[in-house]
Design a protein around this ligand. Sequence first.
Ligand SMILES: Cc1cc2nc3c(=O)[nH]c(=O)nc-3n(C[C@H](O)[C@H](O)[C@H](O)COP(=O)(O)O)c2cc1C
Length: 347
Amino acid sequence: MQPIEIKPGVYWVGGIDWDLRYFHGYVTPHGSTYNSYLIMDDQITLVDTVKHYLADEMLSRIRAVVNPEKIDYMLVNHVEMDHSGSVPKVMEAAPQAKIVTTPKGKKGLEMHYKQDWEYILVKTGEELKIGSRTLKFVQTPMVHWPDNMVTYIPEDKLLLSNDAFGQHIASTERFVDQLGWDIVHEAAASYYANIVFPYGDQVNKALDVVETLPLEMIAPSHGLIWGSYLPELLKEYRKWASNETDRKAVIVYDTMWGSTREMALALQEGIEDSGVPVTMKSLQTNHISQIVPDILTAKLVLVGSSTINNGMLPTVAAFLTYIKGLRPKKRTGFAFGSYWLGRSGSP
Ligand SMILES: Cc1cc2nc3c(=O)[nH]c(=O)nc-3n(C[C@H](O)[C@H](O)[C@H](O)COP(=O)(O)O)c2cc1C
């Protein structure tokens, strides 16, 4: 349970969720981490916490650096329970600590935890001096909840980005270059596609601010820390947020007796023959959350279903419901399917 010093005096003290396989409708085959950061300065500050069942793991990492009762500020960038779930335990250990959060963050914490904590409310453009460091706050509403903000420390050129730039990977490695760009980029794309996709406009606005900051490190609240590949990462986020796609196609389908699959294969062959890369995803063998990363950068999306009881297969309906909520834009869609012939009233 060792803390990891990511910058002099700034420690990763989070929790590793090795067994997480399903996270609010999203499959997470590699588990995840909840990243908390302990800043040792005149005012000792803990940035975000972990899911409630990893509170002891987080506290033992904190104890390896400092007695938790010395914590002055509990900074909450986001109220979602994977990051705030251990705030009650931290506040028990450090009853004199003040919670630093946005007005919406306070409202969320009060509704969730019903505790009479002391708050310092902050918003975009405001700063909090904690000694040799300054915490600068940038609200990022709807990336991906109304209360979200990120915190920038200019003295360390460090952005504590909360869910932005995160990835679901459980590992003992803490930095992207330890696992490599390919693995972490794939997980970051999957995270973006499943969690952040609907909020491209807000992400672009946040990127307008982030790109002006001198940056050496982006430390998100899930997965690996970006101490390298920052230009590449920001470029990818800009591309995803702007719905820029590549000349490639994804075929998503389900079938009862195989006719729709035959159509899917014929489409795949035709598209491939025209020189466009294409991938096929059966809804029988892929979870919907494993398909949307392909759609994140594909220009052409083809969806096929056999007809059942005058409608589409429930797996296809579920996929369409999910993708509708994620609001991909600037793509071309194509529907295909198979049905009865000769029955009165059938198509
Ligand atoms: C339980 C069941 C319900 C069906 N309901 C309809 C229907 O309402 N309308 C229709 O045109 N075909 C219906 N069909 C026929 C199938 O859509 C048709 O056989 C189609 O070719 C199957 O495509 P697939 O081979 O891709 O599964 C139904 C078939 C089954 C097994």
